[in-house]
Design a protein around this ligand. Structure first.
Ligand SMILES: NC(=O)c1ccc[n+]([C@@H]2O[C@H](COP(=O)([O-])OP(=O)(O)OC[C@H]3O[C@@H](n4cnc5c(N)ncnc54)[C@H](OP(=O)(O)O)[C@@H]3O)[C@@H](O)[C@H]2O)c1
Length: 294
């Protein structure tokens, strides 16, 4: 049992892809445990021989039982963005439960420059990283950069209106395909390094929004003009467009982080760990043409 790999959040996009990449890399299904709040969603993985267990970060006692006997536990960060500390509490509960359960290694999905990033929820990730380190256990931290898939939040609207409002002011983002992150994390979990390591899982190129817009215009055949705004103007535009007020500071912080260079680092960690070429943004746009054009 001690060489098992427990993936939490296994019904999410990233968690499911990590489990499938582990299987594709030849890790025996009997070594993999998929944890989720709703086990019904993982019938496909159970059918492949993967053990499926209930794992809810809001249930620390249940988590400790679920993690018992595991080798490595990957704590995938949750999607609780309520600004009320829920996410940090959940991550800390999962990390503490893994330590109490006596696991051999803890892994965690964070974000680049967690200590200083302007992304509004970076402190949650930084505190979670610190909690992992404080266990004293061997650990792996995967600082995942912005998914290329995040462009679904901005590009479809920009393609419709022809304008992309941003306060990133020429800041660069090294977008990375979510499946490339999954392949890299699976590679590291399947063949963990001897020492505790922090990786920055970023894409192969860092682009400004103007460069992304130019690529999208070329590949999707619709012109997009980037309109540079201040953070305050961007927030005002979001409010006028009906974006719920509670989320506006978070969304604006993404552009502030890009402007500050927090998302710009290009590393070769993804290719090294996954053993394959990372997808460039042009290929992502090509592959998602129909969905982006809606
Ligand atoms: N780098 C980026 O650009 C980026 C973008 C979006 C999100 N993220 C972060 O990366 C994570 C994985 O991304 P994704 O695309 O797979 O997101 P997703 O498909 O939205 O999945 C959400 C994840 O949160 C888990 N979760 C929520 N509440 C939980 C709880 N109480 N206990 C345990 N797990 C809980 C879900 O697990 P189950 O439903 O299986 O229980 C699932 O794995 C996200 O949750 C978020 O923290 C990063």
């Amino acid at each position: 049992m001690t060489d098992t790999i427990f993936v939490t959040g296994a019904s999410g996009h990233l968690g499911r892809a990590i489990v499938n990449h582990l299987l594709a890399k030849g890790v025996a299904a009997t070594r993999i445990v998929a944890g989720t709040r709703n086990t019904d969603k993982l019938a496909d993985l159970a059918a492949k021989g993967v053990a499926v267990r209930q794992a809810d970060f809001d249930d620390p006692a249940g988590l400790e039982k679920a993690f018992a006997g595991a080798g490595t536990v990957l704590v995938i960060s949750t999607d609780a963005l309520d600004g009320a500390g829920t996410r940090q509490r959940q991550h800390k509960a999962a990390i503490a439960a893994a330590a109490r359960a006596g696991v051999k290694r803890i892994a965690y999905t964070s974000l680049p420059n967690a200590a200083t990033s302007k992304v509004s929820f970076a402190p949650d990730h930084f505190q979670s990283e610190e909690a992992v380190k404080a266990t004293g256990l061997p650990h792996l931290i995967f600082r995942d950069n912005w998914y290329s898939e995040n462009l679904f939040m901005s590009l479809p609207q920009a393609l419709k209106t022809g304008q992309w409002y941003t306060s990133a002011a020429g800041g660069r983002t090294a977008y990375v395909a979510r499946d490339d992150i999954a392949a890299a994390i699976a590679g590291a979990l399947a063949n963990p390094p001897a020492a505790s390591t922090t990786y920055t899982l970023a894409g192969p190129e860092a682009l400004t929004n103007a460069e992304v817009a130019a690529l999208a215009t070329k590949i999707l055949g619709k012109p997009i003009q980037v309109v540079d705004l201040t953070d305050e103007q961007l927030a005002g535009g979001m409010k006028a467009a009906g974006v719920p007020e509670a989320f506006i500071p978070t969304f604006v912080s993404f552009d502030a982080a890009a402007r500050a260079g927090d998302l710009a680092a290009v590393t070769d960690d993804v290719e090294t760990l996954s053993g394959r070429k990372s997808q460039r943004l042009a290929a992502f746009l090509e592959a998602n043409k129909a969905a982006l054009l809606g």
